[in-house]
Each structure stands twice: as C-alpha cells, then as structure tokens.
Design a protein around this ligand. Structure first.
Ligand SMILES: NC(=O)c1ccc[n+]([C@@H]2O[C@H](COP(=O)([O-])OP(=O)(O)OC[C@H]3O[C@@H](n4cnc5c(N)ncnc54)[C@H](OP(=O)(O)O)[C@@H]3O)[C@@H](O)[C@H]2O)c1
Length: 303
C-alpha cells in the first residue's frame, strides 16, 4: 500500500489534500502539521504534530512511517510576516525542505513540494516553468531556496507552483477571497489594488493537480493556477457580484498606496499548458471557482 505523508495538513491546501487522500482506501495517509491538534476529527484521520524545521523529529517520523511520497504543503505563507521574520521564514521554507529531503533520501520517498509565483519578479508574466525566477520579496527568496534544495538533491521530486489560493477550510488563515467576502458582508470599505495581476486559484483545483502529480508519478516543475488572469480589484468586484454584495464598498488603489513591508511582483500569472497536457488539469475560471466557494460555504453553514 502506498503511504502518503502530508506536511502542513492544517493549512488551506493541506486540509483539501487530507480530505481527498485520506478517504481513499488504497492509500495510508499520515497528516502532520505545526499544531498539536488536527482541524479534523482525529478519530477519523491519522494525525501527528510535526514541525518540519525540527530535523530530529522529521527524521524519526519519516523513518518510522516510511512514506512512499511526502507532500509538502507546510510553509510560512504570510508575505509581509516573512519580510520581518526572516529567520523563522527561512526555517520553515528552506530548512524544513532540507530536513524532508535528508529523511526522504534514507527511506526512498519522493517529494511533491508546493511553491509560488512570488519566485518571479512580476515584470513579464505570464510565466512558464522554464522562465528564470527572480524573487523580489524575502518570502519569494525563501521559496526559491526551498525549490533549489530539491533541485540539487539526489531524489525524485516535483514542484507545483501556484498563485493567490482561495477557498474555505476550518480555522484557515484569511485568504484574499475570504477577506473581501467577510469585509463586504460586514459593510466595511476595502481598498484593492488594480495593478497586481495574476490568476487566482481555487484550492480544489490545485489539490486535484497535486494528486495527479502523485498518481501519475510526475517529476519536475508544474505551473498550476486558475484559468483567468485578473487584477485583485477585479477579483474583488467579481466576488461581490457572485455573492450579491455591494461592490461600491471596494476602492481601487495602487500597490504603492499600501506601503507594505514586502514588495509584490505586479504582473505574474502562469502558462499552464504542461499541467493541462500531462496531468489533465482543466483550470477553472474565477466565476466557476467562486461559485463553488459559495456552495461550499452554504454547505458548511448547513452542517
Ligand atoms: N496561499 C496562497 O495564496 C499561496 C500562493 C502561492 C503559493 N502558495 C503555496 O502553497 C502552499 C500551501 O499554501 P496554503 O495557502 O495552504 O498555506 P497555509 O494555509 O498558510 O498553510 C500552511 C500550513 O503550514 C503550516 N506550517 C508552517 N510552518 C510549519 C512548519 N515549520 N512545520 C509544519 N507546518 C508548518 C502552517 O501551520 P500554522 O498555521 O500553525 O503556522 C499551516 O497550517 C505553500 O507552499 C505556499 O507557499 C500559497
């Protein structure tokens, strides 16, 4: 039986992967994350706390579980926090990956690792897998260093890069779509930039692609994102429209107005032809993704 170790299973993507994979009888799945407890009922899911930056813990867990594959969705993902907490960001995004690599090599496991459009500078999107990274934020630099640790490691790996993830989950960090939604529902004015352009990605779409990379034993880099390139401002307006909320609460601004600690790549987006042809990935456009999100939130309220 194939054994799958999921790291970062409490996160937005990690939860989705846990739900998709743990329910399949042909796999034995061990979910792990930073926190002592799992967001889902641990009578239904196998869960162990694991901080990937702790080398000894990673080594002993992997040598006892003997995974076939490690899916690393664990990461420090708050871009501004990473800019101000460089050591912690490096520990999660680079040292953590190095620890997984060392332990995986010993048991013959392969690694599927998640990365980001922030490895690019945002001057010439949309980007293909072979375009040259040039990160401008510390988060982007740490994610690229994590990717590079895999590239020089002597083990089979895949890197799945994605962009502006959105979706719902239990106690997940507020993503852009949920922030817009909650703000508009509360009648709060928000400011959204119209000069950051990329492809927002519905989390189930990404989880599908990651599972395909695993099932088809693919290696190398894959770009996976939503099918529509759109500014954050237009994305927020679309959210208002799908959820019947007041779009006049959304003010259009520029990135420079925000004075954020970390610089942002302005024009990214991915070319996803490789994922489409090799994984059968069919990217959803923003309206489809948001419609599914709306249904997801309605179902969660009913349960
Ligand atoms: N979110 C986006 O917009 C976006 C865009 C592009 C790429 N990505 C990439 O996609 C992947 C998944 O993102 P996501 O949005 O699902 O992230 P997320 O919701 O922030 O989840 C990340 C999870 O990793 C855990 N974690 C952090 N440091 C850890 C450590 N040292 N050991 C073990 N677990 C640790 C976090 O736990 P705590 O919450 O307890 O810290 C959290 O549960 C990441 O690699 C990210 O870089 C995300």
């Amino acid at each position: 039986m194939k054994r799958i170790l999921i790291c970062g299973a409490n996160g937005l993507l990690g939860q989705r992967l846990a739900l998709m994979l743990s329910t399949q009888t042909e796999y034995e799945v061990l979910n792990t994350s930073h926190h002592r407890s799992f967001v889902f009922d641990d009578r239904l899911f196998d869960y162990t706390q694991l901080d990937i930056s702790r080398k000894g813990d990673v080594k002993s867990l992997i040598s006892s579980f003997q995974p076939t594959v490690i899916i690393n969705a664990a990461s420090a993902t708050n871009v501004d926090w990473c800019e101000d907490h460089r050591e912690e960001a490096w520990n999660a995004n680079v040292v953590g990956v190095e620890n997984l690599i060392d332990a995986a090599r010993k048991v013959g496991a392969r690694i599927i690792h998640l990365s980001t459009d922030y490895v690019f500078d945002g001057k010439q999107g949309p980007y293909g897998e072979d375009d040259r990274p040039n990160p401008i934020s510390y988060y982007g630099k740490s994610k690229l260093a994590g990717e590079n640790a895999l590239r020089i490691a002597d083990l089979p790996f895949a890197i799945v890069r994605t962009i502006v993830l959105y979706g719902s989950g239990l106690d997940v960090k507020q993503n852009f779509a949920l922030w817009v939604l909650n703000s508009l529902k509360a009648g709060r004015h928000i400011r959204c930039v119209d000069d950051q352009i990329s492809n927002p990605t519905y989390v189930s779409d990404l989880a599908y692609a990651v599972v395909k990379v695993f099932e088809l034993t693919r290696q190398g880099v894959y770009h996976v994102c939503g099918g529509e390139r759109i500014s954050r401002y237009d994305f927020a307006v679309r959210i208002a429209s799908i959820f019947d909320l007041d779009s006049s609460l959304i003010d259009r601004i520029k990135t420079s107005d925000l004075q954020q600690p970390a610089p942002r790549p302005l024009v990214t987006g991915f070319i996803t032809l490789k994922a489409e042809s090799e994984l059968g990935f069919k990217p959803m456009d923003t309206t489809q993704g948001l419609t599914l999100l709306k249904r997801e939130l309605q179902n969660a309220r009913k349960n």
